[in-house]
Write a protein that binds this ligand. Sequence first.
Ligand code: NAD
Length: 385
Amino acid sequence: MSRKYTAAIVGCGGIGNSHMEAYNLVEAIEVIAVADPYEPARRQYMNDYNIPEGYATIEEMLDKAQPDIVSVCAWHLLHAPLTVAAARPSVKGIICEKPMTVSMGDANRMIEACDASGTKLVISHQRRFTAGWEKARELMQQQVIGQPLWMDCNVREGLLNWGTHAIDGARFVLGDPQVLWVMGAVERRTNRHERDTPIEDSCMGLVHMEDNLQLFIQSDLYKEPARSGGFLIRGTEGMLDVNEANVKLFNSTSNGWQQIPLRVEAAKIRAIGGETNAAQVRELIAWIEGGPEHRGSGYKARVTVEIMLALYESARQHHVIHLPLKEGEYPLQLMIDEGKLPVEQPERYDIRGFLKRDSIDEEAYTRLRNQGMRHHQAMRTLHGE
Ligand SMILES: NC(=O)c1ccc[n+]([C@@H]2O[C@H](COP(=O)([O-])OP(=O)(O)OC[C@H]3O[C@@H](n4cnc5c(N)ncnc54)[C@H](O)[C@@H]3O)[C@@H](O)[C@H]2O)c1
């Protein structure tokens, strides 16, 4: 059957499966090609999903397959070059994975390239489509807790990893308010990386928004109850406890904590994949066809990146960072290069690099897995656990 739009996946790893699952749920789309330099990975996708064309590079794939929509599913540092490469007039939409990127320079380049080619850019903060977050946003608009004052969340495995979802989700639930300044603190005493990107051991940040609303985020400081999708919001007239599948309200009429019914049963709500990612695709199609800006557009994700980078920049400069952030590079890398974050444990390790079991050989897998174990040991030693 000929579908209305064709799509291609760039990066045949873990998250690419969620994009495939979503495209398979959207009637209007047919996935016609994949691109991945690692031959076994693209071969596996072609076999598992019955995809006719596979290429080693994005350029060859774009030239030959000419897809309407491209999913960028490689690691963080490749998001900008792959998105810029895909921004061609023939490509109507791109869904690039989170974090959008790790520098404002790259975020701007991605947006400029897509604006120039007329390509709609979405960053996969797909949790904006979960029923819990949608209901929380609706309740906040109805001011069920009065004027919001304070929101906090606790995440782990790096700010760029879980933190991007949490900050983006907080902004979504609050109605994407304007961010005025950020103050942050960062610890990096081990040579920690996530998917090839240097990251902190732990950090925390205060994000000040319009109407004196503040978001507090902590990452990797204590284990429980770390939740990437969970927030507690305090307002002038009550509190809202939110995650992707659960919303509880406390105000003068709630008679204690009141469970708020969602449009989908909690057990059926998925933070990644399935209907969540499919809804993200459907909204992109509507945007391509002249509908409103996508709730997860590159323009919105750019602000989330700016907040995370401003947190690092605040730690680098030892003062509050007022937005817009002027630094165009990755401030954490700059801090490392400037000797501001000397490591006590210099051996490099990656907390996510080892997870893609079948994209590397046995020896590399064992080495990375062992480094992952050393990471847990190193963190326990540093934090006295
Ligand atoms: N939205 C979410 O909830 C979510 C969840 C998991 C991962 N992610 C993001 O998805 C991205 C990928 O993570 P993953 O866990 O799927 O990684 P992965 O290691 O499982 O897969 C990455 C794939 O990209 C391929 N690749 C490398 N260089 C490439 C290139 N130049 N062109 C095309 N393909 C290339 C690799 O060979 C590999 O197959 C990360 O940025 C991560 O943050 C997002």
